[in-house]
Ligand binder design. Structure first.
Ligand code: CDP
Ligand code: MG
Length: 167
């Protein structure tokens, strides 16, 4: 079944100039890019994105990681991929969460590392289920920033100006 998935090239990926390599590896999936942008991640977005991990011991470091505090570089690149079994295909190319356990030829296996503080610095994020993908794409992208109409779109009126929002 065709589906969408969110990929985030994390601050270590940008800092190490790995964007090109990562996009090349992801292109092996033959999926379509239907949304792409560079984002400055603030604490609010970071907390919302990783809300399900808030009770983990590594959560404070994870927030420092995704907001760029660890790398002194607060850019990430957010992408939406679309196609047959997109979620699984991207997770396969990404590799396991722990870079030491990831296949050496996977993105995380090739470019990830474990910091001495114990955090997995694993270069990319990839949605792990359809529900997660929908929640994350709606969080990171506005309807106009995605080429396909993935989810129902509504309108809100702000000072006579109509704004498109995710319903
Ligand atoms: O990113 P993924 O879905 O593979 O894993 P997750 O369980 O959703 O965790 C989100 C992120 O937290 C990971 O990608 C790692 O950067 C970090 N993490 C960690 O540092 N140590 C762990 N034991 C688990 C996750
Ligand atoms: Mg996850």
């Amino acid at each position: 079944m065709k589906e969408a998935t969110l990929v985030i090239i994390k601050p270590d990926g940008l800092k190490k100039s790995l964007t090109g390599n990562i996009l090349t590896r992801l292109s092996e999936t033959k999926l379509k890019i239907i949304g792409a942008k560079t984002v400055k991640v603030d604490k609010e977005l970071a907390y919302e994105h990783y809300q399900h991990l808030k009770d983990e011991r590594f959560f404070p470091e994870l927030i420092k990681y995704i907001t760029g505090e660890l790398h002194h570089d607060n850019r990430v690149m957010a992408l939406v991929y679309w196609g047959e079994d997109a979620i699984l295909k991207v997770r396969e190319v990404a590799g396991a969460t722990n870079p030491e356990e990831a296949e050496p030829i996977s993105i995380r296996g090739a470019y990830g590392r474990i910091l001495t503080i114990g955090l997995y610095e694993n270069v990319i994020h990839a949605s792990s289920s359809k529900e997660e993908a929908e929640r994350e794409i709606k969080l990171w992208f506005t309807p106009k920033e995605v080429v396909y109409e993935l989810y129902p779109i509504g309108e809100v009126e702000v000072e006579n100006y109509k704004l498109e929002v995710w319903k």
